[in-house]
Design a protein around this ligand. Structure first.
Ligand SMILES: Nc1nc2c(c(=O)[nH]1)N(C=O)[C@@H](CNc1ccc(C(=O)N[C@@H](CCC(=O)O)C(=O)O)cc1)CN2
Ligand SMILES: Nc1ncnc2c1ncn2[C@@H]1O[C@H](COP(=O)(O)OP(=O)(O)OP(=O)(O)O)[C@@H](O)[C@H]1O
Length: 204
C-alpha cells in the first residue's frame, strides 16, 4: 500500500484510540510520564526544554515542569513556512489559539529573548499520534516538527528529540519518508524507550 495512505489510515485509527482514554486514565498517564522523565539524566540536566499543550487525547506535560529549567511552547511560524517557533512558557505567558484551536504564546512579545532558536534547545518533547521503537514518529500530518528540525540531518549540535505518548500508540513499524526526522527515544507511562536507529525502514 502507498505509504502516505497507510500513514493516513493509521493516524485516524490511533487518534480515535487516544481520544477514548478516560479522564482518569489521562491523569494517571500524565503523572506516570512526569515520573519517568524525572528519572532520565537527559531531562534532569536539560535547561531549555520544549513541551506542548495537550489536545485530542495527548498526554499532558504540566506535571513535568520544574523550576530548574526554562520551558518553551511551539507556535506556528508566520508566512506559512510550515515551521514552528519556540517561545518561553511561564506564568506570565499570554496565550492565543492558532488555526487548529491549540493555545500558543502570543508573538511578537515585548521581550525578544522569549524566543529560542530550535537548534539551541536541549530537549524537545514532541506530541505524537504513533511511534515505533526505531525512531519512527507519526504526527498530526502537518509536517511542522519535520520541517523545523530538518536542519538536524546536517547539524553538529541538535536537541534531543523525545516523543511523548500513551503505550497504546506504539506500532510495530511505521512507514518512514525521507523527510521524517527520527526520534532519539519515546517516553510513555511505562518507561523510556531509546530508539534503535540501526533498523529504521525508509520507503523513499
Ligand atoms: N499539542 C500539540 N501542539 C502542536 C502540535 C501537535 O501535534 N500537538 N503540532 C504538531 O505538528 C503543531 C500543530 N499541528 C497540527 C496539525 C494538524 C492538526 C489538526 O487538528 N488537524 C485537523 C483538521 C485541520 C483543521 O482543523 O484545519 C484534523 O486532522 O482533524 C492539529 C495540529 C504545533 N502544535
Ligand atoms: N522538510 C520538509 N520539507 C518540505 N516538506 C515537508 C518536510 N517535512 C515534511 N514535509 C511535508 O509535510 C507533510 C506531512 O508529513 P507527515 O505525514 O510526515 O507529518 P507528521 O510528521 O505526521 O506531522 P507533524 O510533524 O506535523 O506532527 C508531508 O506531506 C510532507 O510533504
Amino acid at each position: 500500500m502507498d505509504h502516505l495512505l497507510e500513514r493516513r489510515q493509521l493516524r485516524a485509527q490511533l487518534r480515535q484510540q487516544r481520544r477514548q482514554l478516560t479522564a482518569t486514565q489521562q491523569q494517571h498517564a500524565s503523572l506516570a510520564i512526569a515520573r519517568q522523565l524525572r528519572q532520565q539524566p537527559f531531562f534532569i540536566y536539560a535547561r531549555h526544554i520544549a513541551i506542548y499543550l495537550a489536545q485530542d487525547g495527548e498526554p499532558s506535560l504540566h506535571a513535568c515542569r520544574h523550576p530548574q529549567a526554562t520551558f518553551y511552547l511551539p507556535r506556528l511560524a508566520p508566512l506559512g513556512s510550515g515551521r514552528l517557533l519556540f517561545l518561553r512558557y511561564d506564568q506570565h505567558t499570554r496565550l492565543e489559539k492558532n488555526r487548529f484551536g491549540i493555545d500558543e504564546p502570543r508573538w511578537p512579545s515585548t521581550d525578544r529573548r522569549d524566543q529560542r532558536p530550535a537548534a539551541t534547545l536541549d530537549v524537545v518533547l514532541l506530541p505524537l499520534v504513533g511511534f515505533d521503537l526505531h525512531g519512527g514518529r507519526l504526527g498530526m500530518g502537518g509536517g511542522f516538527y519535520d520541517r523545523t528540525f530538518a536542519f538536524q540531518q546536517r547539524a553538529y549540535h541538535c536537541p534531543r528529540l523525545i516523543g511523548v505518548a500513551h503505550d497504546c500508540q506504539q506500532v510495530a513499524r511505521l512507514p518512514m519518508a525521507s523527510w521524517d526526522i527520527p526520534l532519539d527515544g519515546v517516553i510513555t507511562p511505562s518507561g523510556f524507550y531509546p530508539s534503535d536507529r540501526g533498523t529504521t525502514a525508509s520507503t523513499s
